[in-house]
Write a new protein. Structure first.
Lengths: 646, 490
């Protein structure tokens, strides 16, 4: 019995060892691919006999088999899953993780530590590099181009607090001040720079919007979009006609692309505890009739997240992206980048072509992530300073377009995380800021169609309203749930209180309806869906709707709405769930232009596509037509400046 | 071909086992298959040198016939022939392994004396040359001494030299340990399964402990030694200490296991050396086959301890210097051998003196021993004597490390590496309790004298352990970049 059992076990073990080979012979092509494995197999030797003697055939055979044996991917994923779940890092892949920020690249961590450990050497190197880049900037600006350096921030520079002594030389205390800073060196040299690390760090801290996915080591698209905002803002001083670009309120969706690069590199079965939804910008397309610049990026992989939103918003007429100044990708029709010059191709020809692109461009961006800073701008400064064609007459900046009645408001917003679905923001091109200081800095710099502070009064800066008024804004709403300020402009239509006329819809038994001081009032003990509709209104531009209610209502389903103020037959503007309302509670929303110029009506009632009961009275209702400042937040100011020059 | 290479594990080994057990029934027929597979195994890595090794082995075989006690001829002639054959083998070793060292480290620095300019020939180190040379010397000497049953023919002799489990990294099996088994051995399923079990343990030791610890050790030894903090320096050498043990003892386990799968019983090569309480004790437990070989074929021929005390110390010291340089062509290995020779002489002198009665408590003896061993490994691991000196200085606080200049510890010590270090240290250094009971045989059998297991329950448990270790090791092989065995370079 024991012998027979032993024989079975022996056969099983030998069979087990044979399985990878049998699977390889049977399958040939492995099904479950591994991500990021560079399976370099040497070329199969042409002369096997000679190759056997010089061992090259053996090397080829071993390598070939290493890559192709059966169930390799399954074994790798299972082993890596166990390791990562147990130890939360993969030093062999140079991937580390913290509970707060997820995966970190060892390359970034090492660079941050090197900037600290060798600060004097790095500062010297940065100063030299900055001086060279300044020369390049001078050259490009003399040719009428805007030039911006973007220092992309990898995760350790944005989330250093999650690293601690474990991953930071000398601990996390003042870690970013203790190291050399290329951003400061560039600023000192007078280079236009978007030093994204401090900006993103502050933004992430103030808004709780993540700037890097836990599952990746690049920044996310929203962070890239914020950087794109800054790039265009810097370029706007040269090109006032640049159309507004704002990332809006982030919405969250499944991570994709570079968001998952770290997780993919782990080659595990699960999400590894780092898979989570990622913030995406809410972008509005630019006006097709407006001016769009031609861009050239010389960059690394972090530029994908900048270029994506710019493409989505149709913010450029043409873009060339040169990765590491070694390849060239082109997008002319807005359909996405197509590679035209590849790695391994003729480098001189690629660089010459990119130089031609720069000559023909409006805005040049040199983007480097922190750990690529030592690459001296991928040789771009030296190359341009040597090869740029003799200076000609710089082209004039494009003329300002006439103001267009853009259907999109440019909104500057400071928003609590739980208030981001507020109807004020939905139809708008919204630029999000992290705190009141940033908000006031932005209002001082540009004019906005609406400035929205959607914070509870308890956390709001008490001086904010006064400061906004000082800066020329009219505070239209200053309620418990937020502040809405509109630019005080000469061309803004004077606001006159509306004269309301109401008609009744639905007449259920046992319900009472009345008009008091031009505003309707309703009461019903039974759940009903009835109320009043207003006279016809033409909403051919965005409007601010402000209302208050009084009463006590209960919802009866199917939706949790007991009463409502709506666009009749279209959609609710304010949904009032069951509860008690007083006239002090002010509701506000911004409605985009409605009905393509056709009139619409407002409706007020119990229920509303559902049923509600109780007593409710409309105590105030105002509709402010909003004056659009034009195509750009600072359009009016620019226009005045242009007129002054004329 | 490494034992951890997929091509060995998933193609060579199952095909060999299939052929070994299904195509042949007699021991002699199985020897033919084993020899063919072993030559193929060696030729895979040394397709040209294999011819010379076969030719050299044939010469050794012919010499062994002439120098054997029962052969005709004078003792003087036999000794002369034996010496010539040994010199030939040692010359091949020197030619392959030490010529560059001799030229660059000895001849070139002394060029102003001999006025003879030579360039290093850059001869590649032949696979397993150090082990093969020792095997061949063992065969010649044992034949001369008549210690073992003479081979029935050249194929028996060739199988001893080429037997693939022990061919390139030991254990160093003396001919008289195995000559008898080549001619007659038994094959049982219990022995096969126990051998497989030992092989799986070896795989796991190498892949789960030695490799991650090796990455840590390489990382720390790659940093400037003088700038290390004591923590990093001790961490690095602790990792290397454990890596070396799990790597080499893992390889020995695999070799012993493979041998057992083929019906052989190889001698043990390790006996928990990091539990040793003295340097002498350590060398009784570490690379036992090398120590035995050195004692048998060098120490005793030099006179051993049957000469004057001063000469005995000198013999001891010479043996360890030779042992050191055998490990590699570098001053560091020489220094390492001399270092141990010195400590062994000191211990011998102390044990022969009145001070032997004042033995310190066990923990202190263990601590002193492991400290000496770890410092010794610094010499062994360092690329130069200067590096070793700086490193040892850093271990004892003489490094120039400052908090801001050091790599943060999280980038140096990975969680897995730390876990393996703690677990490895417990397994290697703490005396483990002896488990009794039927099922524990599943774990103990592979290290028992008979290397076999009895009873269905123990067999099943052993199978499950083997299966688990093999699967985990296969996954580790697939996931890892392959790290060669440390002792392949020696």
């Amino acid at each position: 019995m024991t012998k027979r059992l032993g024989l079975v076990f022996s056969i099983l073990l030998v069979a087990l060892l044979s399985v990878p080979t049998l699977a390889w012979l049977a399958l040939k092509e492995p099904g479950n691919k591994l991500y990021g494995y560079v399976d370099e197999i040497p070329a199969r030797p042409a002369r096997p006999a000679a190759a056997l003697l010089d061992k090259s055939w053996q090397k080829w055979a071993e390598r070939y088999y290493d890559v192709h044996f059966g169930f390799r991917a399954e074994l790798v994923r299972t082993f890596n899953e166990t390791l990562f779940r147990t130890f939360r890092e993969m030093p062999r892949l140079r991937l580390y993780s913290t509970p707060e920020a997820g995966l970190f690249s060892g390359m970034s961590l090492q660079y941050l530590n090197a900037e600290i450990a060798e600060k004097p050497q790095y500062e010297q190197r940065y100063a030299r590099s900055a001086a060279r880049i300044k020369q390049m900037q001078t050259l490009l600006e003399a040719q009428g181009k805007a030039f911006v350096v973007v220092i992309a921030a990898s995760k350790p520079y944005v989330y250093p607090e999650s690293l601690g002594e474990r991953y930071l030389s000398g601990g996390r205390e003042g870690v970013l001040e203790r190291g050399a800073s290329f951003g400061k060196a560039l600023q000192a040299a007078g280079v236009n720079v978007v030093d994204s690390a401090p900006m993103l760090r502050a933004f992430a801290r103030d808004t709780n919007v993540p700037m890097h996915p836990k599952s990746g080591v690049h920044w996310n698209v929203y962070a890239g979009c914020l950087v794109a905002e800054q790039v265009l803002d810097q370029a706007r001083s040269r090109f006032p006609a640049l159309q507004p670009f704002a990332c809006g309120i982030p919405h969250y969706d499944a991570p994709a692309g570079a968001d998952l690069d770290g997780l993919n590199l782990l080659n595990i079965w699960s999400g590894g505890g780092v898979y989570q939804n990622t913030p995406l910008p809410s972008l509005m397309e630019t006006d097709p009739a407006g001016w769009r610049p031609s861009l050239v990026f010389v960059s690394d992989s972090f530029s994908d997240q900048i270029l994506g939103p710019l493409q989505q918003a149709h913010a450029y007429s043409r873009v060339v992206n040169s990765g590491y100044f070694r390849v060239r990708e082109l997008d002319e029709g807005g359909a996405g980048l197509q590679r035209t010059h590849h790695i391994g191709g003729d480098l001189a020809a690629t660089r010459k072509q990119v130089l031609d692109d720069i000559v023909a461009s409006d805005i040049v961006v040199l983007q480097m992530v922190d750990y690529n800073l030592s690459h001296d701008g991928y040789d771009l400064p030296d190359y341009l300073l040597t090869h740029y064609p003799a200076a000609g007459t710089p082209p004039a900046a494009p003329a300002l377009a006439q103001p267009v009645a853009a259907p999109v408001l440019n909104v500057l917003a400071l928003v609590d995380p739980d208030n981001r679905s507020n109807p004020v923001l939905v139809p708008s091109r919204t630029r999000l800021v992290g705190d009141a200081r940033q908000l006031l800095a932005a209002t001082a710099k540009s004019r906005w169609d609406v400035v929205a502070v959607l914070q509870q009064a308890a956390v709001r800066n008490p001086d904010l309203v006064r400061e906004l008024e000082k800066q020329g804004y009219t505070v239209a709403v200053n309620g418990k749930d937020g502040v809405l300020a509109l630019p005080r402009q000469a061309d803004a239509p004077a606001h006159a209180p509306m004269q309301w006329q109401w008609g009744r819809y639905g007449e259920p038994q046992g319900a009472n309806a009345a008009i008091e001081n031009e505003l309707p009032s309703l009461a019903s003990t039974q759940p009903v869906d009835f109320g009043f509709y207003s006279q016809e209104l033409v909403l051919d531009r965005p409007v601010l709707i402000r209302a208050s209610f009084e009463g006590k209502v209960a919802d009866a389903g199917p939706e949790p709405r007991a009463a409502h103020l709506s666009l009749l037959g279209i959609k609710p503007i304010f949904s009032l769930p069951g509860g008690t309302y007083t006239a002090k509670d002010e509701f506000f929303a911004i409605l985009p232009a409605q009905g393509d110029g056709k009139p619409v009506r407002l409706a007020f009632g119990l229920g509303g596509w559902t049923r509600g009961s109780g007593t409710i009275r409309l105590t105030s209702l105002d509709v402010y037509p909003l004056s659009l400042s034009g195509a750009a937040p600072q359009y009016a100011a620019n226009q005045r400046a242009a007129a002054g020059r004329e | 071909m490494l034992f951890t290479a997929p091509i060995f594990l998933f193609i060579f080994l199952p095909l060999f086992l299939l052929a070994y057990y299904t195509l042949a029934k007699s021991v002699q027929a199985r020897n033919y298959i084993a020899l063919a597979a072993s030559v193929l195994f060696f030729a895979w890595g040394e397709p040209v040198y294999v011819v010379f090794l076969i030719a050299g082995t044939f010469i050794d075989y012919c010499v062994s016939l002439v120098v054997a006690p029962q052969a005709k001829g004078t003792v003087r002639f036999k000794k002369l022939l034996l010496t010539a054959a040994i010199v030939l083998n040692v010359a091949a070793l020197v030619f392959s392994k030490y010529l560059d060292f001799i030229v660059t480290q000895i001849l070139q620095p002394l060029e102003h004396l001999h006025h003879w300019h030579v360039e290093p020939p850059h001869i590649p180190l032949l696979l397993g040359i150090s082990f093969i040379t020792f095997h061949r010397i063992s065969y010649l000497v044992d034949s001369f001494k008549g210690r073992a049953i003479p081979p029935r023919g050249f194929l028996d002799c060739a199988l001893y030299i080429f037997l693939f489990p022990q061919l390139i990294a030991g254990p160093i099996i003396r001919y008289h340990d195995i000559g008898q088994q080549i001619q007659a051995r038994t094959h049982t399923v219990e022995g096969f399964l126990t051998g497989f079990n030992r092989f799986a343990f070896g795989l796991a030791k190498k892949l789960l402990f030695a490799d991650p610890l090796g990455i840590l050790a390489d990382r720390i030894f790659g940093l400037p030694a003088a700038e290390l903090s004591p923590l990093y320096a001790w961490g690095g050498i602790a990792a290397y200490t454990l890596q070396l043990y799990f790597d080499f003892s893992g390889y020995s386990d695999m070799a012993i296991g493979l041998g057992r799968m083929m019906g052989f019983r190889f001698p043990e090569n390790f006996n928990r050396p990091y539990t040793a309480l003295s340097v002498t004790d350590f060398w009784r437990r570490w690379h036992i086959s090398l120590s035995s070989w050195m004692r048998q074929y060098l120490y005793i021929p030099l006179g051993g301890n049957r000469v004057s005390p001063a000469r005995t110390y000198m013999n001891l010291w010479i043996v360890f210097v030779v042992s050191g340089i055998w490990h590699g062509a570098n001053w560091t290995f020489l220094a390492w051998g001399a270092y141990y020779g010195t400590f062994l002489c000191i211990e011998r002198a102390l044990s022969n003196s009145r001070l032997s009665a004042l033995a310190p408590p066990v923990p202190l003896r263990w601590l002193a021993t492991i400290l000496i061993v770890m410092v010794g490994w610094v010499l062994f691991r360092s690329p130069t004597i200067g590096h070793a000196w700086d490193y040892i200085g850093a271990m004892f606080g003489a490094g120039s490390a400052t908090a801001d200049k050091l790599l943060p510890w999280g980038l140096v010590f990975g969680n897995r590496e730390l876990a393996m270090m703690v677990l490895g240290a417990v397994l290697a250094c703490v005396p483990l309790p002896r488990l009794d009971g039927g099922w524990t045989l599943a774990f103990r059998a592979a290290w028992s004298d008979k290397m076999t297991v009895q009873g269905s329950a123990a067999l099943s448990m052993q199978f499950l352990v083997t299966l688990t270790l093999t699967l985990v090791s296969a996954a580790a092989i697939a996931s890892a970049e392959y790290v060669p065995f440390l002792y392949f370079r020696f």
